[in-house]
Ligand binder design. Structure first.
Ligand SMILES: [Cu+2]
Ligand SMILES: [Zn+2]
Length: 173
């Protein structure tokens, strides 16, 4: 097989996965202070792991060069997006971590989202969980990048948006 056909075959596989229905998805909404944040995170089960596709808009923006916004992004163990005056999403608790690992090896640790004029698009593969295992858990976006070092959660700041991961029903989400 030549290089071009192997490349298009792998892209064709990815496209066919993404054209299909995700097994689960989270509808993302911002906290009271970030009401414009909206979007979806979709989860597709494949043999090699779970493909996570995040499409978010209404994120805070930077007007300065070299200061583009980067947002920590995790699956947390809690099952709803409730909270209190200090932390609007306190109920999501810690990063999803059934294996008892350190950060950033928690099952729920994901690559950060890069802001582009308030929009972010991210596609990644992770074999740290199956889709079924994270249904009912929560996805969180933070206002700062995850440093991938600080324990237990990467020092990524305030939780600004949240969504509960739900099994998808219909033909499309
Ligand atoms: Cu988080
Ligand atoms: Zn973590």
């Amino acid at each position: 097989m030549n290089r071009q056909s192997s490349c298009s075959q792998s892209l064709a596989h990815l496209c066919s996965v993404l054209r299909g229905r995700p097994q689960a998805a989270a509808s993302i909404a911002g906290s009271k202070n970030f009401p414009g944040i909206t979007g979806a995170v979709r989860f597709y089960q494949t043999n090699g792991g779970v493909i996570v596709l995040a499409e978010i808009s209404g994120l805070p923006q930077s007007n300065f060069p070299c200061q583009e916004r980067i947002f920590g992004f995790h699956i947390h163990e809690g099952t709803d997006c409730g909270g209190n005056m200090d932390d609007p999403f306190a109920d999501v608790m810690s990063h999803y971590n059934p294996g008892g690992c350190g950060h950033p090896h928690h099952a729920g640790d994901l690559p950060p989202l890069f802001g582009n004029g308030g929009r972010a698009l991210s596609l990644c593969l992770t074999n740290r969980f199956s889709v079924d295992e994270v249904v009912g858990r929560t996805v969180i976006i933070h206002d700062h990048p995850d440093d991938f070092t600080t324990q237990p959660s990467g020092n990524s700041g305030t939780k600004i948006a949240c969504g509960v991961i739900r099994k998808t029903a219909g033909a499309c989400f």
